[in-house]
Design a protein around this ligand. Sequence first.
Ligand code: IDC
Length: 342
Amino acid sequence: MAWLRSVAVSAAAVVVLPLASVTTAGAALPAGSPAAVNGQLKVCGVQLCNKDGKAIQLRGMSTHGIQWYQQCAKSQWWDALQNDWKADVVRVAMYVAAKEDGYETNPRKFTDLVHGYIEEATRRGLYVLVDWHQLDPGDPNVYTAKAKTFFKEIAARHKDKTNIIYDIANEPNHVSWPKIKSYAEQLIPVIRAEDPDSLIISGTNGWSTFGHSDEQDPSVVLNNKVNATNFMYSFHFYAKEHRDDYVSVLDKVSSKVPVFVTEFGTQEATGDGPNDFAMAQKYIDLMKRKKISWTNWNFSDDERSGAVFKEGTCSGTSFSGTSKLKPAGVWVRDIVRSADQW
Ligand code: IDC
């Protein structure tokens, strides 16, 4: 690449870098967009705060696995997310395991794919949550070296952006909390070395339930916190299956540590089956009251009830409005669209 570009790194020094490695802070964020208005996120106490220190709640959607549903991410899909749904944040779900056709099968291809989602989210003024979607096996330590390689490149490329959020472990399972904490404390410095002020999230044991799905008390996590600042814990739920006891856990932990609900559904944990909107509404009310940010699973046309679009939608160009939505989509679109909490 012959193009070069000057970048001021301080008042005193100017370096010349190849254009491909340069990103300019906020330059592409449209005025008035969620990421332009709120800027660099910061954890303040147990809340997520915007650049002015005001507690905010971000709401948005998760992609399905980008190895399977990349074909959805065309311009009209982005238009729907940005303008029709008025989302604040998109979660980019990058599965890791080869047996799930994930990152391991082609690290270069998947890293480039994620760069593409980040750039598009930025052009549209959305926050973008980069999800290291480890799931099977459930111990994130299996992938520590790969996670370091991936996040180092992502953070190095996008460090000047103010709209990027890193989730280093989707759903740890069949693994103890101290092992997850140890993994997190190895990953966080790798990201921070490139991008010091970034918001970083990690999942918790029991598929990101603070151990509740493993019949453990959340105090195991709460009494042994990750040693990091600007860090949040994720909590996941599927409302048809995860009932009032899970709501109580979310209520309890979110009073003690900063929590981001990076994935939830209104169905069973398979992401399929009947919706329970009444139960899901209890979580929505709690998250609204406590300004807990969330992304819903998922913005694809998979056949399951939790994929918001009807099957076949992604082969077309019409994503806005409600005609292409399944019931879960109609329900969650209304909530994402409703007046912002910022
Ligand atoms: C599901 C996908 C499905 C895929 C399966 C296993 O919808 O297509 O075959 O994963 O890879 C989660 C996970 C998320 C799951 C989702 C629904 O984070 O990967 O997606 N779910 O089962 N945790 C609880 C539910």
